[in-house]
Structures are given as structure tokens and as C-alpha cells.
Design a protein around this ligand. Structure first.
Ligand code: AVJ
Length: 336
């Protein structure tokens, strides 16, 4: 299924947008809820946080004093983007989960200054974000082609257009941490299939550190993260006609030292039964029972390296902020 938005003549040449949304998103929410809320240890995957309100809350999280990853990643990018541009010679940037593309400009600026920039390929499930960033970026960078892919990067990587020259595939923000270890390697392997011999993966990973720093980043004093966490219940209420009262749940964030990941959970303040009408489902919570809503893995250099190698990738460059809180890695396919 492909569609191009009507554009004024000039922009028409610069922008192409393919949409791969076909109702599978709604089905996957239904499946995840049925599967996740009927288990002895209740769980939902974090991808369902991001409706319009969730995306807005996440943007607010990125501004919080406690939430360092976004700031650190942006600082590393600003510091090293020119070097990355020179090293890769990339003519195009593919960005998985591009969102508002706010950090993207740093890279586009560097590629543009190096004189190599030709195309930007944002991949995101949120149609409005892909369309808006296509409009603004083609206006900001004269001559830039934008080929947007509206879809889920876990399912639609096949629809990323073929490379037009050396490219950087960017997967930023530490989102790789949302995958469980096994599925993380599987996903990295899928990414590696997108890479030709001249291409690079640029990935952001949050690093293991003092648990107090980590836990504060996921349990901020203004309660924005708590609202973000509870927002998944509002998504269920709206999309699946559920009747959760988000205020029945406390926000919990803790660092699991054994797995080296942050877990966010929603803890029922009292015994309750929620109805999910769209699924004909009743869900019982004991008082204090928890629903896990996110894991966000934290990495050591060894773990990043191990995951990359397992996916057929080799580390080319390890970039970190002065405090060593966050890392950006540049890697490429292992040559054989
Ligand atoms: C967007 C997945 C990178 O795990 O830090 C922020 C999401 N969750 N605060 C992260 C998130 C709670 C974020 N990622």
C-alpha cells in the first residue's frame, strides 16, 4: 500500500512517502493485551505508550533534569557529527523511529557541510510526524530528498528503499534497550541486513551506572514519567474499550541489577477488576500486584560489542559523553 501526499510542484520532487499501516497495529495491541494481561506476571510491551499524548509526555521526559540520555546523546552527536560524516562519507541517513527528528538535524547538518547529503529516510509509525518532518526538512535543506516510510521498524524494515550510496542507519535514543536480550540480537541482525559493505549503523545505548541515577531518570520528581507510564492504561481504555482508572496504579521504576535493566511497572493500589470490553476480558489485580510496562536495558561496552558481533556487526567507533553516561556506537557489517 503506497500513497503520496499531494504536494506543491517543487516539493513533489523532493518528497516521497510510503505508508505500510494496514490495521496490524491495532491487532498487535489486542494480541499483546490478551497475551500480557492473562499471564501470572502481567506485562505489556512498551511500544504502546506512544499515542499522541504518550509521544508528548516522552518529549517532556527528554527535558527533565533527571533524564540525561537525550541530552548526553545530543551532546555526543554535536561534538562528533563532523567526524562521523567524514568517516562514513554517507549520502543518506536512514532513521529508525525518527519521531520529531530533533537530533537528526545535527547529523544532517554535518552531512550537508561535508557536501555528501542527498537523502533522508525517516521510518516511524506516526504518520503525522513523518509527513511533518518531510515538509520541514526539505524546506530547511535545499536539494534534500526525503523518502518517508510510515510503518513499524520491527515489521517493515524490508520496505526501506534501496541505498543510493553509502548510508548511515541511525537507531538513536537507547530504544534498543526496550528489546529483551534475545529479540535484541534478532533485531540487530535484521538491521545488519539493511547494510551494504559501505554502510554503517549508528546506535545509541544507555550505559550501566549508579542505580540511584538510573532510578531517578525513570522516576522524576515532577511525576512526568509516572504519567507516561499510566498513559498506557488510557491507550487501552480508548483502543480496546477498557475501564482502567489510571489513578488506581502507582508508578514503579527500579534497576534490576541481575539483568542490568530498568523496569517500569504499574502497581495496583487495591484489589480491582478491570474490564477490557473490546477483548471480552476481565482482568483481576490483587492489591499490590504489578504490571510490567517496560524494560530499558543498560549496557556495558562488552555487552554492546557482544550483541553487535552476534548480529554480524563489528564496532568501528565508540563515542561517549565526558561523564560516560551514554554511548553512541558506529558499526558495520563484519566482512567475510
Ligand atoms: C525511548 C525507550 C529510549 O527507555 O529511556 C523514558 C523510554 N521510558 N522514560 C527509555 C522511556 C521512561 C526511553 N526510550
Amino acid at each position: 500500500m503506497e500513497s503520496s501526499a499531494p504536494q506543491p510542484p517543487l516539493a513533489a520532487a523532493a518528497i516521497q512517502i510510503d505508508s505500510h499501516l494496514d490495521g496490524a497495529e491495532a491487532r498487535s495491541l489486542a494480541e499483546d493485551v490478551l497475551d500480557g494481561l492473562t499471564r501470572p506476571f502481567k506485562e505489556l510491551p512498551p511500544k504502546h505508550f506512544y499515542d499522541a499524548r504518550g509521544a508528548q509526555l516522552f518529549d517532556q521526559i527528554c527535558e527533565l533534569p533527571e533524564y540525561y540520555p537525550t541530552r548526553c546523546e545530543r551532546a555526543i552527536l554535536s561534538e562528533r557529527a563532523d567526524e562521523l560524516a567524514a568517516l562514513t562519507g554517507a549520502v543518506e541517513l536512514v532513521e529508525l523511529g525518527s519521531g520529531t527528528a530533533s537530533k537528526t538535524r545535527v547529523l544532517l547538518d554535518a552531512l550537508s557541510a561535508a557536501g555528501t547529503l542527498e537523502r533522508y529516510v525517516p521510518v516511524d509509525v506516526t504518520e503525522s510526524m513523518v509527513r511533518e518532518c518531510a515538509e520541514t526538512l526539505t524546506a530547511e535543506y535545499p536539494g534534500l530528498q526525503v523518502h518517508g516510510v510510515i510503518g513499524d521498524f520491527e515489521r517493515h524494515l524490508d520496505h526501506v528503499p534501496p541505498a543510493i550510496g553509502p548510508r548511515i542507519v541511525a537507531f538513536l535514543g537507547g530504544t534498543i534497550g526496550n528489546f529483551t536480550p534475545g529479540s535484541r540480537r534478532r533485531f540487530l541482525r535484521e538491521i545488519s541486513r539493511l547494510l551494504g559493505p559501505e554502510d554503517f549503523l549508528l546506535m545509541g545505548t544507555d550505559l550501566v551506572k549508579d542505580p540511584r541515577v538510573l532510578e531517578a531518570a525513570y522516576d522524576d520528581s515532577q511525576g512526568v514519567t509516572a504519567e507516561f507510564n499510566r498513559n498506557v492504561l488510557r491507550v487501552l481504555n480508548r483502543e480496546l474499550q477498557a475501564d482502567f482508572d489510571p489513578e488506581d496504579f502507582d508508578h514503579v521504576a527500579l534497576f534490576n541489577e541481575q539483568h542490568e535493566w530498568i523496569e517500569m511497572r504499574l502497581r495496583a493500589k487495591r484489589e480491582l477488576i478491570a474490564t477490557v470490553r473490546g477483548l471480552d476480558l476481565c482482568v483481576h489485580f490483587r492489591a499490590g500486584e504489578e504490571l510490567r510496562t517496560e524494560i530499558s536495558a543498560k549496557f556495558t561496552p562488552e555487552r554492546v560489542d557482544g550483541d553487535l558481533s552476534a548480529a554480524g556487526l563489528e564496532l568501528v567507533h565508540w563515542l561517549t559523553d565526558p561523564d560516560g553516561l551514554f554511548a553512541l556506537t558506529l558499526s558495520r557489517r563484519t566482512s567475510r
